[in-house]
Ligand binder design. Structure first.
Ligand SMILES: *[C@@H]1O[C@H](CO)[C@@H](O)[C@H](O)[C@H]1NC(C)=O
Ligand SMILES: *[C@@H]1O[C@H](CO)[C@@H](O)[C@H](O)[C@H]1NC(C)=O
Length: 602
């Protein structure tokens, strides 16, 4: 009698548990019409992400408390692991017992110190820089012209995931609880093109692609086969189509805010075709994709007149705040919007994505994960340096030009000061100057919090005045505010030396190319405002201008879409992928300068 009763009770308990689980799933699904399997797998993924995020955030807090020790441990682990490589023996890693010895006996390095070693790795030699064979050779975006190639190992990606992605997920769930729902994400990602080195190691951009796991768990609006489309315009069209179809999109995500910005530009241009596809439940027959892919995508689509009518009604009213009108439950834009992406983040917030929260999750580079943003609401963006990702050293801004500058460690930097970072990573870079200058704004426990300032290679410098990107952009924003009706879309500069005979004026000066919305011409007086604002912000620039050794800035407007075309040009002439391209703020290639000059309208 007892046993069947227990069995019955067990069954009831199980039933109740299932009911509770299902209530949680249904509540998080917020009325979406999706299959039970799709919702359950999404639910499991969200639960796992919440758990992992919490765990990694706690670990980071502990490390931040003991940052110095975490840094030392990270370094020693690397030195031990790679002691038997060619490089490790050359520098006698096995005799270095602490951080002090390493910093004393190993010099600071730049890319030239690795070029030849990296090509040996590419040609198949083992144990040159890392004990582990690199999983990819990552091409950097190379804003100064030539791109360089860095190693990336399994350690690089697992660390990026655990210390970067997981911590940011934890932060996101805490700061934006609505992201714990089962709404899908529009993930803008383009299949990078790869080629193989002599030894068969893939060469390409570093960025990790959305793995099969994401598709298995139904996290993205775009079906897996559309991620395989090799060309950007076609892939973008498909990303937009599948996102438009889904009224309950919760997050817009990409590496950089620029990618999201350009997606909205394309939506603005092609919305009629897109809505027609939603209405008819097919992929635009004019879209240049393989037949197999088209078939598999068509299978995902059903004619949906109701949604098409909804979309049309919103799109016909213009694009101000369009994101929230297309997707009323949109919670978040998840993309890096600091540094050279600031201009796109601002444009999105003011225009297409009005009223939506933004989270700029990491500060990372091809060299590895540098920092994570634990304070999504703060502006300008601030990142906590990750104590267990790479050894970070700090070169004070005042000694950047010295031949052998002294460096500081995390616990020695001062709030309010600027430093260039030098890193020792998991993939064969030792005390490597990455060229980024950051400002320490605060400490979190023992760990510095930084704001990105500028890249050393992106300074305007015609007479030794060294105007940084951040300084220039600040002046530009103030000037634009003084031009009635004008909104900044994008900009770049060139030093007159690169312009040749077209520079107009003999004194070295800055040439500025601006894409503005709302005005097509500016008076001379208005243009001069920019020069004036920069003089106000930079005493050095001002003194050169007063002395006359720097001539007046030339400000020219380029037509609508000029920067999109410039971006396409940069993509086609380099190996950089659309996922990782950053707009160059100072053009150093004649070819690109000529290209943008061809777009001048006034
Ligand atoms: C790849 O490099 C870019 C910068 O070039 C960085 O923003 C991005 O986070 C990196 N991605 C990974 C997965 O390391
Ligand atoms: C722009 O305005 C100036 C005077 O303010 C005028 O001389 C010039 O022709 C205009 N350019 C164009 C392209 O409209």
């Amino acid at each position: 009698m007892l046993i069947p009763l227990l069995g019955l009770a067990g069954l009831l308990a199980l039933g109740a548990a299932m009911l509770l689980l299902w209530r949680d799933v249904a509540w998080r699904a917020k009325g979406q019409r999706r299959s039970v399997g799709s919702l359950l797998s999404h639910y499991l993924a969200v639960k796992a992400a919440i758990w992992l995020g919490k765990r990694q955030c706690l670990r980071l807090e502990t490390d931040a408390q003991h940052a110095k020790q975490a840094q030392e441990e990270t370094l020693l682990k690397r030195l031990r692991k790679n002691a038997n490589t060619h490089y490790g023996r050359l520098h006698d890693f096995s005799s270095m017992k602490d951080c002090a010895a390493f910093r004393e006996r190993h010099p600071l390095t730049s890319y030239e110190d690795y070029r030849e070693l990296v090509s040996r790795v590419a040609s198949g030699e083992e144990g040159v820089l890392t004990a582990e064979r690199p999983s990819i050779l990552a091409l950097t975006s190379g804003t100064s012209g030539s791109s360089s190639m860095l190693l990336s190992t399994r350690d690089t990606s697992s660390e990026f995931f655990l210390q970067g992605v997981a911590v940011c997920l934890g932060t996101m769930h805490r700061a934006f609880p609505a992201t714990q729902s089962l709404q899908r994400t529009l993930k803008l990602f383009y299949r990078p093109s790869w080629h193989l080195s002599e030894a068969g190691i893939p060469i390409g951009p570093n960025s990790s692609s959305p793995g099969t796991l994401h598709h298995l768990f139904n996290l993205y609006t775009t079906p897996e086969s559309a991620f395989q489309v090799p060309t950007e315009p076609e892939a973008l069209y498909l990303h937009l189509l599948f996102a438009l179809k889904d009224p309950s999109v919760g997050t817009l995500e990409s590496n950089f805010a620029s990618t999201i910005y350009y997606a909205f530009c394309t939506l603005q241009e092609r919305w009629q075709e897109l809505v027609e596809d939603v209405e008819r439940g097919r992929v635009n027959p004019g879209l240049d994709i393989e037949e197999v892919v088209r078939h598999s995508l068509d299978a995902w689509l059903r004619p949906d007149r109701h949604r098409a009518a909804q979309l049309r009604a919103q799109l016909e009213q213009g694009f101000q705040g369009i994101a929230r009108r297309l997707w009323p439950r949109l919670n978040l834009v998840l993309a890096v919007d600091s540094g050279s992406n600031q201009v796109y983040g601002e444009r999105l917030r003011e225009y297409y994505c009005q009223g939506v929260s933004f989270y700029s999750p990491f500060y990372a580079a091809t060299e590895g994960l540098i920092g994570v943003n634990l304070w999504p609401e703060r502006e300008p963006r601030q990142y906590l340096l990750c104590p267990r990702s790479m050894l970070c050293e700090f070169i004070p801004e005042g000694s950047l030009e010295e031949e052998h500058p002294a460096t500081l460690l995390m616990d020695q930097v001062k709030v309010g000061e600027c430093y260039e970072l030098a890193v020792t990573n998991a993939a064969g870079l030792y005390r490597y100057r990455i060229g980024d200058v950051v400002k320490v704004v605060e400490f979190h426990k023992q760990c510095p919090i930084v704001e990105f300032q500028y890249r050393r290679g992106q300074m305007l410098n015609v007479r030794g005045e060294k105007v940084t990107e951040q300084l220039f952009y600040g002046a530009l924003r103030r000037a634009v505010a003084l031009w009635p009706g004008a909104q900044l879309v994008d900009y770049c500069c060139a030093e007159s030396g690169i312009l040749g005979p077209s520079s107009g004026g003999s004194d070295p000066h800055y040439q500025v190319f601006l894409e503005l919305k709302g005005v097509r011409n500016l008076t001379e007086e208005q243009r001069y405002k920019l020069d004036h604002c920069l003089q106000e912000d930079s005493a050095v620039y001002k003194s050169f201008r007063l002395k006359g050794s720097i001539g007046p800035m030339r400000v020219q407007l380029v037509g609508g879409g000029a920067f999109r075309d410039l971006r396409a040009r940069m993509l086609s002439s380099s190996h950089v992928s659309p996922n990782t391209l950053k707009m160059h703020r100072v053009l150093r290639q004649r070819e690109l300068v000529g290209f943008i000059q061809g777009k001048i309208i006034s």
